[in-house]
Ligand binder design. Structure first.
Ligand SMILES: Nc1ncnc2c1ncn2[C@@H]1O[C@H](COP(=O)(O)OP(=O)(O)OP(=O)(O)O)[C@@H](O)[C@H]1O
Length: 659
């Protein structure tokens, strides 16, 4: 049994070069193939020789008996060959038990929710820490000696290794965009595991399977050797070895056959494992390229002023006092209030780490584990149905999952990570329609083709039969938008969908989003750190800093530089424009962009006053001492600042807001 694969870096340091690994894989496969062939044919060819008693007992090696005879004059070479079948069969069975139990356990820990995860991972850790052979010995000793007990014992003792690896691998896949999308689509935990996670973690599990087979074979032979496994008159290699070792000093050749067989079979399986690991590592490089609790603190939402009065009746999304909290109570998003009207595109701007993504993920109920959201009010409105509560505690009902899946569409930053690489595009695009809207497979495919045409993907019928990696980057981006739009959602959340794209593809993605907004009147929340893109696409802009909303303004005001918060002004000053005239004092003839000095504070180190104060060019003493007030002349327009509109510390504070 194995204590698991060593960490990747250590393996790389100790592993032979690639060419040798390729040769090892071939040798290992050839060895295992030969053993399987032997297991099939040996009982027919050598079965009689293996059981035939003879007068010449404990014979040494001879032309007639290559590996001598045992105490009853039976040919040990024939017995070793015949023992191949039970040995391989029992090892396969024990490996099957270990892998099935382990993978199920490791997967359940991840799909079963945070509490089960915390307990499950601890249990797996404890089981791993206990030496597997000792565990197998204990189980085998408790059960009646025999092959059945051995297989169960070794299977059970090997399962924690599979569970740990599955849990670790699932953790790395569970955060990928396509899993988040599947969760939003309401895919249940078991289906999530089977369809979206297991196909993407199969390679390392396969490697572990072959390594584990080698260890299982050794462990089974060891238990038979100790008299706990296969019982006479049946025999496997371990049994033969135990009998052979009794004559070690008088006729040592008796032990050679089974000993060599155990070692050769173990080596072959290990070679296969190492070869597969090397192949997996080689193929994982392009695949990666192609990719994607309760709070300790009391909830101060009630302390945040209510600003939803006057929000238009047709607002699709209404968020009031949204907070996203870590388990230790630190607010990563702190009291964010905004709304998105029907047919409106609202941009969310801010530096990296300002809380844009967490705000969006909280709206979609897709926060990563360990975080949770609270709000005075966070609802998706639908004139024909009840408001959908987006921060309701407790488990989601099937109806809630269906509404989340069909009423919110998500466009992620990385199109490669948004699709499951192991599934064809057609199944992924039509999943929501079929699972949640009861649309037939044929009709769902027709709508998918229509939507792909809408986003200008050529030959849409053929695309449905392709895998995501067969599409170009730009096409994947548009296919992702098509996927988000297919159920005709009321709200689309686009999380930096243009960040990784070149200008041509970016323009195409923006055009498609705008077209969808105009065609369906879909409300959109568009997250970006690019002032230019937000200015081009959006109607209104939310500016976030250090997890808080600092300004809401119209795009027209943003484009005209009529922002009032010094942070928004600083973002504008740091944004290049194509029509900028070079500054005469700049030797290179380039316009100097005003970098914002310093860094945003960490969420757990926000100052008591304004979080932007340490970097603000217009700062005054009150900014450090007192939280800034909200100036909100109308719903959808606000600035959170002591001195709105002031551009530098020496400038006079305007007598009234410019709006
Ligand atoms: N799963 C998490 N657990 C703990 N902290 C997190 C988690 N995800 C994000 N954070 C923290 O929350 C803050 C806001 O992160 P968020 O990803 O929302 O920022 P962002 O504005 O979207 O940044 P970017 O533009 O880089 O994506 C950051 O300080 C970040 O480190």
């Amino acid at each position: 049994m194995t204590a698991g694969l060593p960490p990747r870096r250590d393996r790389a340091a100790t592993r032979p070069p690639r060419k040798r690994l390729g040769a090892m894989l071939v040798i290992g496969l050839a060895g295992l193939g030969l053993l399987v062939l032997l297991a099939v044919v040996a009982p027919w060819i050598w079965g009689d020789d293996a059981d035939r008693l003879g007068p010449e007992v404990h014979l040494g090696s001879s032309g007639e008996h290559w590996l001598g005879t045992d105490a009853l004059g039976r040919d040990i070479f024939a017995r070793t060959l015949v023992a191949t079948r039970p040995t391989l069969e029992l090892s396969a069975l024990a490996t099957l038990i270990a892998s099935t139990v382990g993978i199920a356990l490791g997967g359940l820990v991840w799909v079963g929710g945070p509490r089960l995860r915390a307990v499950g991972l601890r249990v797996i850790d404890v089981m791993i820490a206990y030496p597997a052979v000792i565990l197998a010995l204990a189980i085998a000793a408790i059960l009646d000696p025999g092959p059945k007990a051995c297989v169960i014992a070794i299977g059970a003792a090997g399962s924690p290794t599979f569970a740990r690896l599955t849990a670790n691998l699932t953790a790395s896949v569970a955060g990928r965009d396509f899993v988040g999308s599947a969760r939003l689509l309401g895919v249940g935990p078991l289906r999530l595991m089977r369809r979206h996670i297991l196909p993407n973690i199969a390679e390392p599990l396969l490697v572990l399977l072959s390594v584990s087979y080698a260890h299982t074979l050794m462990a089974l032979s060891a238990l038979s050797f100790l008299g706990l496994g296969v019982q006479l008159p049946d025999y496997d290699w371990g049994q033969l070895l135990a009998v052979g070792l009794q004559s070690l000093y008088t006729n040592p050749v008796e032990a050679v056959g089974p000993a060599v067989a155990v070692v050769l079979a173990g080596l072959s399986a290990s070679f296969v494992g190492d070869g597969l690991a090397a192949a997996a590592e080689r193929s994982s490089a392009p695949a990666m390229k192609a990719k994607a609790s309760g709070a300790a603190e009391s909830d101060p939402v009630s302390a945040i002023p209510d600003r939803t009065a006057g929000v238009p009746d047709d607002a699709v999304l209404v968020i009031d006092g949204l907070r996203v909290l870590r388990a230790d109570g630190t607010a990563l998003v702190d009291g964010v209030t905004f709304h998105v009207g029907a047919g409106e595109i609202v941009g969310v701007l801010g530096e990296s780490g300002s809380g844009k993504t967490l705000t969006a993920m909280a709206v979609a109920r897709l926060l990563p584990g360990g975080l949770h959201a609270t709000a005075r009010r966070a609802v998706l409105r639908d004139p024909g149905a009840d408001e959908l509560d987006l921060v309701a505690s407790g488990s989601e009902s099937a109806a809630t999952r269906r509404r989340l899946a069909t009423e919110i569409g998500i466009v992620h930053q990385d199109p490669s990570a948004s699709f499951n690489p192991a599934l064809k595009l057609g199944g992924q695009l039509t999943e929501t329609l079929r699972v949640h809207m009861g649309v037939s497979r044929r009709e769902a495919a027709r709508r998918a083709v229509e939507q792909l045409e809408f986003v200008r993907i050529t030959d849409p019928k053929a695309r449905l039969r392709q895998y995501p990696h067969e599409l170009s980057g730009g096409m994947r981006g548009r296919a992702m938008i098509a996927s988000a739009l297919l159920p005709r959602p009321r709200l689309v959340i686009a999380d930096e969908p243009t960040t990784a794209l070149d200008v041509v593809v970016r323009a195409e993605v923006l055009r498609v989003l705008r077209a969808a907004n105009e065609r369906d009147g879909t409300a959109m929340l568009f997250i970006s750190h690019d002032v230019g893109v937000v200015g081009d696409l959006c109607d209104r802009v939310l500016v976030m800093y250090a997890g808080r909303l600092v300004e809401e303004l119209t795009t027209a005001d943003l484009r005209a530089g009529r922002a009032e918060h010094p942070y928004t002004l600083a973002l504008l000053a740091a944004t290049p424009h194509l029509d900028d005239t070079p500054s005469p004092e700049d030797a290179n003839g380039d316009r100097r962009l005003a970098a914002i000095p310093g860094h945003p504070p960490r969420p757990d180190e926000r100052p008591p006053g304004c979080a932007f104060a340490p970097r603000c060019p217009a700062v005054s003493p009150i900014c450090h001492a007192t939280p800034p007030p909200v100036h909100a002349p109308a719903p959808g327009l606000s600035v959170v600042c002591h001195l709105p509109g002031r551009r530098s510390a020496t400038e006079e504070k305007p007598s009234e807001a410019t709006r």
